[in-house]
Ligand binder design. Structure first.
Ligand code: NAD
Length: 418
């Protein structure tokens, strides 16, 4: 893990790589590399023991040229201004890669939620929602879950907003529970887009995904569901997975759903029957057909990238490779399918949820799954077309070319004012 790489610099380097293939005004490129605005705030809440505690929080609104700002809220001790800026920028280019009408935003609170009680997390979430209230709204900025947040936090944000605004506006956040205006298929959407991207990539590269060996780093919402769907819907063989406590390996494969149960019961994947332990570094350098990083950014640096044995990497996490790792893997002909396509299922089904909220009309799960498959496969086809047309060295640059062009067009069509 490379702690030094600033994720915001990674985002800017990725944009520069793609911009080199496009005729683009320098001033506009600077705009497209920097957030429009950032809220930085300090949330003070009363803890269960009566003490007051203050937590730093951020919301970055990166770019709204294609629609309302959209992006998750993360609760993690490592949240920083640079991380939130990067994550909000990746949301802009992710929404544009899959062509859904959103801009990008991201937020976070510097907190380790495992050290807080449920009622402290609720007070913290409601305090953040109160600060966010003037900025968010279904036509302005629409938060969603990210690391360590889920349906529960989204329901609290919606309720706080609606109470303060004296209205009902379920589309103000996505990733809600079904009875609070959530969508069928949202929970598994990110993992589904990772599975679909892997399936399309193997087909494009003329490789069999059936029986392909898979290692997954990170076994939360994105990783565990990607592992299960790769196993059940493409017949790939999941041979190794890990979480923050360590990894497990069985060269003959195992049932990812049963491993998730084990993690649910014991708190970790480690110790699952019939597997041997391995470190995260061993997992990332395992000789497999497909590697899925699904934990946090900067998981693979240049040194590790030299030792990666996988043939294909599909990024379920946001920004799991440093730019140096990306260059090493490009030079070594390891095919990397970028996060802004491979985990775009989350924002895509968030978009479907928002559409359903605005129409006050729910879709069936089959409809969500079918529409998501269409969005991801169309985006994949666009990406491979750009990869060939522009003759770029990797799929990431191709994705950023498509995304940048869409944002540039939206900006040009609107005009610059004043
Ligand atoms: P999560 O909290 O549900 O899961 C994260 C997992 O990573 C946990 O199993 C944790 O133990 C593991 N982990 C943390 N540090 C690790 C380390 N050093 N080594 C190995 N494992 C480690 O979070 P999530 O929602 O699955 O998000 C994971 C990544 O996917 C993030 O980059 C997030 O931004 C991205 N993502 C998530 C969604 C979504 O809808 N959940 C959408 C798009 C992108």
């Amino acid at each position: 893990m490379s702690a030094e790489t600033d994720p915001f610099e990674s985002l800017q380097a990725q944009l520069d790589d793609a911009a080199a293939y496009i005729d683009l005004d320098d001033g506009l490129l600077r705009r497209l590399k920097n957030p429009e605005r950032i809220l930085e705030t300090n949330l003070t809440i009363r803890m269960d023991d009566g003490r007051l505690e203050t937590f730093r929080a951020y919301r970055s609104q990166f770019n709204g040229d294609r629609g309302p700002y959209k992006g998750g809220i993360r609760y993690h001790p490592g949240v920083s201004r640079a991380e939130v800026k990067a994550l909000s920028g990746w949301m802009v280019y992710k929404a544009a890669t899959v062509d859904i009408p959103y801009g990008g935003g991201k937020g976070g609170i510097v907190v380790d939620p495992s050290e807080l009680s449920a009622s402290e997390i609720e007070r913290l979430t409601r305090a953040f929602a109160t600060e966010l209230r003037p900025l968010i709204g279904e036509d302005r900025d629409i938060p969603a879950p990210d690391v360590n947040t889920g349906q529960r936090e989204m329901n609290w944000i919606k309720n706080t907003y609606e109470t303060l605004e004296h209205t009902t506006e379920p589309g103000v956040v996505t990733g809600k529970a079904l009875d609070s205006g959530g969508s069928e298929g949202r929970v598994e959407a990110t993992g589904r887009s990772t599975m679909l991207t892997a399936r399309e990539a193997f087909d494009y590269l003329d490789r069999d995904i059936e029986g392909a060996t898979v290692a997954v780093q990170g076994y939360g919402n994105a990783g565990a569901i990607a592992a299960r769907l790769l196993s059940t819907e493409t017949d790939a063989t999941v041979v190794a997975v890990s979480d923050s406590s360590g990894g497990i390996h069985d060269p003959d494969g195992f049932d990812p759903a049963a491993v998730r149960e084990h993690k649910h019961d014991t708190g970790s994947v480690v110790g699952y029957d019939g597997t041997t332990a391995l470190t995260n570094e061993e997992l990332l350098t395992l000789d497999v057909d497909l590697l899925v990083p699904a934990a946090l950014e900067n998981a693979i640096d240049a040194d590790l990238a030299e030792r990666v044995e996988a043939d294909v990497i599909v990024e379920a996490a946001n920004g799991p490779l440093t730019p140096d790792a990306d260059s090493v893997l490009t030079d070594r002909d390891v095919h990397v399918l970028p996060d802004i396509l491979a985990n775009a299922g989350g924002v895509t089904v968030s978009y479907f949820e928002w559409v359903q909220n605005r129409q006050r009309f729910g879709w069936t799960e089959d409809r969500v799954v079918d529409e998501l498959e269409r969005v991801i496969t169309d985006a994949f086809d666009g990406l491979t077309e750009a990869y060939e047309t522009y003759d770029v060295p990797n799929f990431r640059t191709a994705a950023y070319i498509i995304a940048l062009k869409r944002v540039i067009n939206a900006h040009a069509e609107s005009g610059t004012w004043p």
